[in-house]
Design a protein around this ligand. Structure first.
Ligand code: KIV
Ligand code: ZN
Length: 387
């Protein structure tokens, strides 16, 4: 059995997305819920980014007791000092320092040579050790970096003391097979790789962040960066609920890899983030969307009522959704309609009465997106004037 470390970056990369910024109090509330969810690492912010973010990292560090609290820092002494200072009160602290390693970032953004980048990365890791022995290093834009150079950077930072090396697909450009191969190649080509945990950080520009993260796990990554509801820069980051449930539901495929996430807290965590940010997930969002455990089509409803696993690969209760929903609409069948009548207490209706009500229900359903219990009560009132 091998544990997959869940590094939650909702409060850092998630918060960086337009419209998702949170106040200090909101971050603390969210961090406490993330702790209930059981994430291993909470990246609380980027302490050097602003006074507010410094304060947020500090407050989260004071309040969280079990998870490791982490701050992001560029590979600069001033950033690392801010991160270290903000994390002082944490029971368990991590500094996550990064520098870009792709040709395009080194040339146009950093204006640094590859040698200078290696030197800066090593110096940053060594300096961060002043505050904690738990230092993570990210090679920003790793996926678009030259392989040999990437191996060289990782070898150097591990030698300098980094305990985790993170491989970001910063612009969400990778395809799962390629990303999995990259992780395998890092494992096979970085000489001292067994001294560090391989981590991944995938963006969702092509809608592949979760798939890429899972391909990485299959090939040796043992930490995944993710965010609640998949929020994050541009199209977002890998969604924590999707990564965790894929590992759990497909344990046959991931063979012995597990997380210690309390999955029953998933829905609550997702909803809390929605309320705090005022931004709701789309109904068909995997795991936490309103329709994730809802069934409208008659054939599906019939199957579900006969045996849940005909159309459900996990239980709603396992992610904290009270129950799967049978939604009555124009695609619903007589079986589901009769079941709903019984749930509403109409248990003595004859087959002929149900048939007649079902015809009226179908007519109504053609005019409405969803037929609610109140609509059914109204149909019954109309049909049986003695009520
Ligand atoms: O996307 C990215 O590369 C990042 C790093 C700072 C890890 O967010
Ligand atoms: Zn990112």
């Amino acid at each position: 059995m091998e544990k997959l470390i869940i590094f939650d970056t909702t409060l850092r990369d998630g918060e960086q997305a337009p419209g998702f910024s949170m106040t200090v109090e909101e971050k603390v509330k969210m961090a406490l819920q993330l702790e209930k969810l059981g994430v291993d690492v909470i990246e609380a912010g980027f302490a050097a980014a602003s006074e507010g973010d410094f304060e947020a990292v500090k407050r989260v560090a004071e309040e969280v007791k079990n998870a490791i609290v982490c701050s992001l820092a560029r590979a600069l002494q001033s950033d690392i000092d801010k991160a270290g200072e903000a994390l002082l009160a944490a029971e368990n602290r991590r500094i996550h320092t990064f520098i870009a390693t792709s040709p395009i970032h080194m040339q146009y953004k950093l204006k640094m040579t590859p040698d200078e980048v290696v030197e800066r990365a090593v110096a940053a890791v060594k300096y961060a050790l002043k505050y904690t022995d738990d230092v993570e290093f990210s090679a920003e834009d790793a996926f678009r970096s030259e392989r040999e150079f990437l191996y060289r950077v990782f070898e150097a930072v591990i030698k300098a003391g980094a305990k985790t090396i993170n491989v970001p697909d910063t612009v969400g450009y990778a395809i799962p097979e390629e990303f999995g191969q990259l992780i395998k190649d890092i494992k096979n080509n970085v000489p001292n790789i067994d001294k560090a945990v391989i981590s991944v950080h995938c963006h969702n520009d092509l809608g592949l962040a979760v798939a890429n993260s899972l391909a990485a796990v299959k090939n040796g990554a043992r930490q995944v960066h993710a965010t609640v509801n998949g929020i994050g820069e541009r199209a977002g980051n890998a969604a924590v609920e999707e990564v965790v449930m894929a590992i759990k539901v497909r344990h046959d495929y991931f063979k012995g890899i597990y997380t210690t996430i309390n999955t029953k807290e998933i829905y609550k965590t997702s909803r809390l983030l929605c309320r705090i940010t005022g931004s709701f997930v789309q109904p068909n969002k995997a795991i936490v969307g309103d329709n994730a455990f809802a069934h409208e089509a008659g054939i599906h409803q019939h199957g579900i009522l006969a045996h849940r696993e005909t159309y459900e690969i996990m239980r709603a209760e396992d992610v904290g959704v009270p129950k799967s929903k049978i939604v009555l609409g124009k695609h619903s069948g007589r079986h589901a309609f009769k079941t709903r009548l019984q749930e509403l207490g109409y248990t003595n209706l004859s087959d002929a009465e149900i048939d007649s009500l079902f015809l009226k229900f179908k007519k109504l359903a053609d005019k409405k997106k969803e037929v609610f219990d109140e609509d059914i009560e109204a149909l019954i009132l109309e049909e049986f004037s003695f009520f």
